[in-house]
Design a protein around this ligand. Structure first.
Ligand code: FE2
Length: 307
C-alpha cells in the first residue's frame, strides 16, 4: 500500500465538488497501512472464528438481478466494540470529520450510523439490486439540496478486488443518461436494466474510501474468491440538527462499552455522537461531576476548565 507523505491532505476541494456533483467519490488509500492494520486485528476480535467457504453462494439464476437477504447483514454491528480504539474511532477519524463538514457545508456534523461489516465467501449471496439508502435513512425522500442529505463513508479494511464483493454504483450523471435521474425505491426491474450498463466498481485496496450520498444508486456484489472475506467500516454523517435524517440513537446501545470511545476520543470526535463540546452551557459543575462518575477514565480537563 502507498504510504502517505508528511502532509495530511487526504482529499482536495475537487473531491468534494465531485461528491456534490456525482453523489460519489472514490479516494484510494485514504488511510495509511499503520492506521488500518490494528483495525484488521480488531475485526478478528469482533468476528472471531469465521472463515470464508471454498465456494460462493449463488442464489440468483442467470439473468436475474440480485436481492436483499438477512444473511448479507449477519456480521453488521454497531460500534462501540470491546476491542482497541482503532476500530472504535476509525469512523470519526479527524480527516473524515473534515470531509463531512466540507461536503455538507457546515461547522457541525452528527454521526448517525457507524458499523463494522464483515462478509465471508459463501455466507450469503451478497449480490444486491441497485438501490438508494434513503429508504432506511429517512422516512420520506432525499432533499434536492445535497447539503441537507448525508454523506456515507465506506472504508475498506481489507483489499477489495472484483472477487471480494466491491460496491458497484452509478454516478448521478450516468443515472441521468440511463433515464433514472431521480432516486426511487429499489426493486423496479425496468430501472435495474437501465442502470446496469452504467455501473462502476468501487474495488480498491485496504484503506480506501468510497463516499456516497443517500440518493445514489449502488449495490453490493457477491464474494466469489475461495475462502475470501471483506472487512469494511461504514460511517454516516449529517448536518447537526437535521432531523430529517436518521438511523439509530446511540443511547439505545448504552450497554455497549462506550468508555472505549470516551476514554480515547477527542472532544470533536465525541461531539459527533452528540456530546456537547467544552464550553457548551450543558456543562456545569454538576454535569461534569456526574459524567466523570459514569466514565471515570475520561479526561474531562477541557470540559471542567471551561465551566
Ligand atoms: Fe446500500
Amino acid at each position: 500500500m502507498r504510504e502517505r507523505s508528511g502532509t495530511d491532505i487526504r482529499f482536495k476541494a475537487a473531491d468534494v465538488l465531485e461528491w456534490r456533483r456525482e453523489g460519489v467519490v472514490q479516494l484510494p488509500n485514504f488511510f495509511i497501512q499503520q492506521e488500518i492494520e490494528p483495525v484488521v486485528e480488531d475485526f478478528w476480535r469482533v468476528f472471531p472464528d469465521r472463515k470464508g467457504a471454498g465456494e460462493p453462494m449463488i442464489r440468483k439464476k442467470p439473468g436475474q438481478v440480485g436481492a436483499f437477504n438477512d444473511a448479507q447483514f449477519r456480521n453488521f454491528e454497531n460500534i462501540p466494540f470491546d476491542c482497541s480504539p482503532a476500530l472504535n474511532l476509525l469512523g470519526v477519524h479527524p480527516a473524515l470529520i473534515r470531509l463531512a463538514k466540507s461536503a455538507l457545508d457546515t461547522d457541525r456534523v452528527h454521526l448517525y450510523q457507524n458499523q463494522a461489516w464483515a462478509k465471508f465467501t459463501g455466507e450469503a449471496d451478497f449480490d444486491q439490486p441497485f438501490h438508494c439508502d434513503f429508504g432506511n435513512h429517512t422516512l420520506t425522500v432525499p432533499s434536492c439540496d445535497e447539503h441537507l442529505n448525508a454523506i456515507t463513508f465506506l472504508i475498506y479494511i481489507t483489499d477489495v478486488t472484483e472477487a471480494h464483493g466491491p460496491t458497484h454504483y452509478v454516478s448521478k450523471t450516468d443515472a441521468r443518461k440511463a433515464g433514472v435521474p431521480i432516486a426511487t425505491f429499489s426493486g423496479d426491474l425496468a430501472h435495474q436494466d437501465k442502470l446496469k450498463p452504467f455501473e462502476q466498481s468501487a474495488a480498491a485496496p485496504a484503506g480506501s474510501l468510497f463516499a456516497y450520498g443517500i440518493d445514489v444508486y449502488h449495490r453490493g456484489t457477491n464474494l466469489t474468491i475461495p475462502e475470501g472475506f471483506r472487512f469494511a467500516v461504514t460511517s454516516c454523517f449529517k448536518k447537526a440538527g437535521n432531523d430529517s435524517i436518521g438511523y439509530m440513537a446511540w443511547p439505545f446501545h448504552q450497554t455497549k462499552p462506550w468508555y472505549k470511545i470516551f476514554n480515547h476520543g477527542t472532544p470533536e470526535q465525541l461531539s459527533c455522537f452528540g456530546v456537547p463540546a467544552p464550553g457548551d452551557t450543558f456543562w456545569t459543575e454538576q454535569t461534569v461531576n456526574l459524567a466523570q462518575l459514569r466514565y471515570p477514565e475520561w479526561d474531562m480537563g477541557l470540559y471542567r476548565d471551561a465551566v
